[in-house]
Design a protein around this ligand. Structure first.
Ligand code: NI
Length: 166
């Protein structure tokens, strides 16, 4: 319905913990999700979390067929994920470059679990339960971190990898 302003790092809202969605299939939830889709598409993002547009609700969206920001990444199915939980399936961590619409112009290498299971709900309240690896697993971990007030620079171990893209 509309493209929203994306909050940028430094805005204290991005550091807050978001709250669970209690009611599915409501006009308010549909409007939030549509705004998130419009905003993500406008900025050509790979994912977006509700707190990035100022809504402290546990809703993330992600997915693309191809993305110019991450030309190497394989297809990630477009997903709306509500009240997500993540488990690592083994201790393997992988380094990979990330960016964030709330941290424009910058990129850095972030260690993430390589193999995860994630669960949650779609907008109608149906269960989502998936296993993911590689970039798919990375995107889910990045977006879900937003719901706990964590931006990717806080996860960087090697700050020599952090800098401006251009
Ligand atoms: Ni982000």
């Amino acid at each position: 319905m509309s493209v929203k302003e994306v909050l940028k790092m430094g805005n204290p809202t991005l550091l807050e913990r978001s709250i669970d969605v209690n009611e599915f299939d409501t006009p308010e939830l549909s409007e939030l999700i549509q705004d998130m889709k419009d905003t993500m598409a406008h900025l050509n993002g790979a994912g977006l979390a509700a707190p990035q547009i100022g809504e402290l609700k546990r809703v993330v969206i992600f997915g693309f067929d191809s993305n110019t920001r991450y030309p190497e990444a394989s297809v990630v199915p477009f997903t709306v994920l509500i009240n997500p939980t993540i488990q690592s399936l083994d201790p393997t961590m992988e380094e990979g470059f990330e960016g964030c619409l709330s941290v424009p112009g910058l990129s850095g290498s972030v260690p993430r679990y390589a193999n995860i299971r994630y669960q949650g709900f779609d907008p109608s309240g149906a269960v989502i339960d998936r296993v993911a690896t590689g970039f798919h697993a990375r995107v889910v971990q990045h977006e879900c971190d937003h719901l706990d007030g964590i931006l990717y620079p806080a996860r960087i171990k090697d700050f020599n990898t952090f800098g401006f893209i251009d």
